[in-house]
Design a protein around this ligand. Structure first.
Ligand code: NAD
Length: 375
C-alpha cells in the first residue's frame, strides 16, 4: 500500500483552493509512489470554509490555525496567507512538528526569511517554497538544454513574470498592494520567486544588482467608496550579473504588475554563442530554439505534455497553470519521500533566502542609483 500524504491548508483563498484542486486530481499521476489526502483547512472566511466542505476527505475546517496544527491527522501543511503572516504561521507549523510547503516570498523580508530558514533547519522538518512554472514541459526542456552544454559561451539570460490587471486604476486595492501586508519589496515579493527559481537551480546567483523600481499608481479605490494608499512597487527591472561557465553574464529579472496585455505571463530566454532557447506561457505549447551553423535560425517546436511526472493526459495535449501546480506538488511529495531522483525540485529554504538577498539588494540599488552586491 502506498503511503498517504495527509495535507492541511492554512489560507483557503486563491492558492489554497488551487492546491485543493491539485489534490483532487492526484490520480492523473501515473504510478506515483505517494497518495495525497486533503484532511484539514483553516481560513478566516466562513464562505471559503464552506467551499472546502464539498471535499469528502476534509475532516476539519477551522478559523484557528492552531487547531489545525494540533490535529494528529495532518503531516504536511500548505500555507497560503498574506506575506506579513508568513513568518508567524510557518514557525507555528514547524513547532507543531509538521512539514511545510510555504508560499513565496517565504517571509515578508530578508530577516524574516533567514529566521524561517534557521527554524526549518533546527526543526529537521521537510520545508520547501512554492514556484510552479519550472515544472512546465517547455521549461524543463530549457533546463535539460542548458545542462547539455549546447549554449556555447553564455551571452545573456532574461527571466520575466508579467501581469497587467493593475493597469486599470479602478481596480480596488488589496493586501498585495500595501507595504504593511505585502512587504517593502512589493512586486518582487509577489512575482520574484518565479523568476529566480530556474536561474538559481542552474547555479546562477546574481553577484551584482542594479534595479529600476516603479510605483505608478499611489492610490486605488478601497472597495468601500473611498480611496486607499497603494504604496508597493508595481514594476521591478533588475539588471544583474551572474557567472556562467566562468564568464560574467548579464541576467535581467523582470517582475511587473503593469505589463500591457500580459495576464500571467512567465517567460525565460537564454542565449549563447552556439544556441538559445525561449519559452513563454503566453504560448504554452511553443518552444523556440536558436541554432547556429553556416546559417543561423530560430525553430519552433510544438510541445506536448511531457511533464516531469508522467500523467494519463495525452502526450499531444497542452499544459496549463493547474498542471504545473500539480507537478510542483508531485515534486514536493517525491522529494519528501526521497524519490525525486534527478528531477527538478521545489525551491529550498536556502534558495528562498537568496532570493530575498537579491530583492533587498534591489531596494538598496534603487535608493542609491548604484549597483549593489547581494548578501
Ligand atoms: N504560487 C503562485 O503562483 C501564487 C499565486 C498567487 C499567490 N501566491 C502566494 O500565495 C499566498 C496567498 O496568496 P493568495 O493569492 O492565495 O491570497 P488570497 O488573499 O486569495 O488568500 C489568502 C487567504 O488567507 C486567509 N487568511 C488570512 N489570515 C489568515 C489566518 N490568520 N489564518 C488562516 N487564514 C488566513 C484569507 O482569509 C484568505 O482567504 C501569498 O503568499 C502569495 O504570494 C502564490
Amino acid at each position: 500500500m502506498k503511503p498517504t500524504l495527509r495535507v492541511g491548508i492554512i489560507g483557503g483563498g486563491l492558492m489554497g483552493r488551487e492546491a485543493a484542486s491539485a489534490f483532487a486530481r492526484w490520480f492523473v499521476l501515473n504510478d506515483f509512489p505517494v497518495t495525497v489526502e486533503l484532511v484539514a483547512v483553516c481560513d478566516l472566511q466562513p464562505a471559503l470554509l464552506d467551499w472546502f466542505r464539498q471535499i469528502p476527505t476534509v475532516r476539519l475546517v477551522t478559523q484557528d490555525h492552531r487547531q489545525l496544527l494540533a490535529s494528529p491527522d495532518v503531516d504536511v501543511v500548505y500555507v497560503a496567507v498574506p506575506h506579513h503572516l508568513h513568518e508567524a504561521i510557518y514557525l507555528d507549523v514547524l513547532t507543531a512538528g509538521k512539514d511545510l510547503l510555504a508560499e513565496k516570498p517565504f517571509g515578508i523580508d530578508l530577516a524574516s526569511a533567514r529566521r524561517i530558514r534557521d527554524a526549518a533547519a533546527k526543526s529537521g522538518r521537510f520545508v520547501r517554497c512554492s514556484s510552479e512554472f519550472p515544472f512546465l514541459p517547455g521549461v524543463q526542456r530549457i533546463v535539460e538544454w542548458v545542462r547539455s552544454g549546447a549554449m556555447g559561451k553564455p551571452l545573456e539570460v532574461r527571466s520575466c513574470f508579467w501581469h497587467a490587471s493593475d493597469l486599470d486604476p479602478s481596480k480596488p486595492v488589496n493586501w498585495k498592494r500595501q507595504v504593511r501586508t505585502c512587504g517593502a519589496i512589493g512586486v518582487m515579493g509577489d512575482l520574484g520567486m518565479h523568476v529566480v527559481h530556474v536561474p538559481f537551480r542552474l547555479g546562477w546567483y546574481p553577484t551584482r544588482v542594479y534595479a529600476q523600481l516603479q510605483k505608478v499608481y499611489h492610490q486605488r479605490p478601497d472597495g468601500k467608496g473611498g480611496t486607499a494608499a497603494c504604496d508597493t512597487w508595481d514594476n521591478a527591472m533588475l539588471h544583474t550579473e551572474v557567472v556562467i561557465e566562468g564568464m560574467e553574464t548579464p541576467m535581467r529579472l523582470e517582475m511587473k504588475r503593469l505589463a500591457p496585455g500580459a495576464t500571467n505571463t512567465w517567460s525565460l530566454e537564454i542565449l549563447g554563442t552556439d544556441g538559445g532557447m525561449r519559452y513563454s506561457t503566453a504560448e504554452p505549447k511553443t518552444l523556440w530554439k536558436f541554432d547556429r551553423a553556416k546559417d543561423q535560425w530560430w525553430s519552433r517546436t510544438d510541445l506536448g505534455f511531457q511533464t516531469p511526472f508522467p500523467t494519463i493526459t495525452g502526450g499531444i495535449f497542452e499544459p496549463g497553470f493547474p498542471d504545473c501546480f500539480l507537478q510542483m506538488w508531485a515534486a514536493f511529495a517525491a522529494e519528501r519521500a526521497g524519490l525525486l531522483g534527478s528531477r527538478f525540485g521545489c525551491v529550498t529554504p536556502e534558495e528562498a533566502v537568496r532570493s530575498h538577498e537579491v530583492f533587498e539588494a534591489a531596494l538598496a540599488s534603487h535608493e542609491r542609483r548604484a549597483a549593489v552586491v547581494p548578501g
